[in-house]
Ligand binder design. Structure first.
Ligand code: NAD
Length: 336
């Protein structure tokens, strides 16, 4: 059985790491057919838009996408394509696991947490404007609904149950944002009543950042709103070795988009030294989703073995290898 998946290579290091991921996914023997589409800055010269209709249509049809990072202009310019995709397909859950890698020297061992981030609401709702003609003041509206809180918090508890996790920590700022973050916390407390088998705690976001840095092993599943989740998941990536390592899934009722947590890394783009781990592990999450769990598991194991061996890793991990040599080792590991 072959599953068709929309493939967006993306901008910056995107094509380098996504090509490595394709090779590794295919080396598992997975039945995947890639439908290559464009998005991001790279789509503008050919399609005149960063999110061409044909790309949206492909994702809508295939309901699955593996995506490289997309450049978003800072300040002005076009709206983030990532945010647009999440809203277009109502990809309300952003799952970002951060797990220690044997062989990598980091401050902590045994980190194994997942950030479940609400992906469509809050400060990223896209409602922002200047309030005077001279653009001397601006405001953004943060939308939080009971419906939005309910489904992401349930998603977190269900994820915890399905993966044998024992604890869900809800992260908020309800002491200051009494209505928006307050609603998130209130709904969390209500939903937790229905999951007596899973411990539930809540914590204010600034304290959570401090606790994560002091002892990340006390966290299992973190569920939080959009902006906090974006920041805390990068923090968690840093705890296990950096952005080059951590994958993410954007999940809705019908569509799922898999990607690395990192961006286009313009500082190293085109040099062939980007770490492909995050993109490859995003490929492993995709295999899991399409029912090819065993292949996804083997792929993750191969990545972990190569990292543990510590030969020819990319410079972000202290090695002298390249994106290609890293992927070659994973492919050899899969074949062994
Ligand atoms: P970034 O993740 O691109 O880079 C941050 C740092 O991490 C850089 O030093 C970079 O070299 C390093 N890094 C990232 N990925 C790496 C990898 N695979 N291997 C080795 N080193 C890696 O973040 P940024 O610089 O803040 O953002 C650059 C662009 O990416 C912006 O346009 C931003 O909007 C975009 N972005 C896109 C996504 C996405 O598409 N999902 C996510 C984050 C940022």
């Amino acid at each position: 059985m072959t599953t068709r998946v929309t493939l967006i290579r993306g901008d910056g290091i995107g094509p380098e790491v996504v090509n490595a991921a394709i090779r590794c996914v295919e080396a598992t023997g997975a039945g995947v057919e890639w439908e290559s589409m464009e998005a991001g800055a790279g789509a503008i010269p050919t399609h005149g838009a960063p999110l061409p209709d044909v790309t949206v249509q492909s994702i809508r049809t295939n309901r699955l996408c593996l995506k490289g990072p997309l450049a978003t202009p800072v300040g002005g310019g076009y709206r983030s394509v990532n945010v647009a995709l999440r809203q277009e397909f109502d990809l309300y859950a952003n799952l970002r696991p951060a797990q220690s890698f044997a062989g990598l020297v980091t401050r902590y061992e045994g980190v194994d947490l997942v950030v479940v981030r609400e992906n469509t609401q809050g400060e990223y709702s896209g409602i922002e404007h200047y309030i005077d003609p001279t653009k001397s003041a601006a405001e953004a509206i943060s939308i939080i609904t009971r419906f939005g809180c309910d489904r992401i918090i349930r998603f977190a508890f269900e994820h915890a149950r399905a993966h044998g996790r024992k604890k869900v920590t809800l992260v908020h700022k309800a002491n200051i944002l009494k209505m928006t973050s307050g609603l998130f916390l209130q709904v969390g407390r209500e939903i937790a009543e229905g999951y007596k088998d899973i411990a539930f705690t809540d914590i204010i976001v600034d304290n959570c950042a401090m606790q994560l840095v002091r002892d990340p092993t006390r966290f299992e599943v973190i569920v939080t709103t959009n902006l906090f989740g974006d920041i805390l998941s990068d923090l968690a990536a840093g705890l296990v070795g950096g952005l080059g390592l951590v994958p993410g899934a954007n999940i809705g009722e019908d569509v799922a988009i898999f990607e690395a947590v990192h961006g286009t890394a313009p500082d190293i783009a085109g040099k062939g030294i980007a770490n492909p781990t995050a993109a490859i592990l995003a490929g492993a999450m995709l295999l899991d989703r399409i029912g090819q769990k065993e292949r996804g598991g083997r792929l993750e194991l191969a990545v972990r073995r190569v990292i543990a061996r510590g030969k020819e890793l990319t410079p972000d991990l202290g090695g002298r290898g390249s994106t290609e040599s890293f992927a070659d080792q994973i492919i050899r590991e899969l074949a062994s």
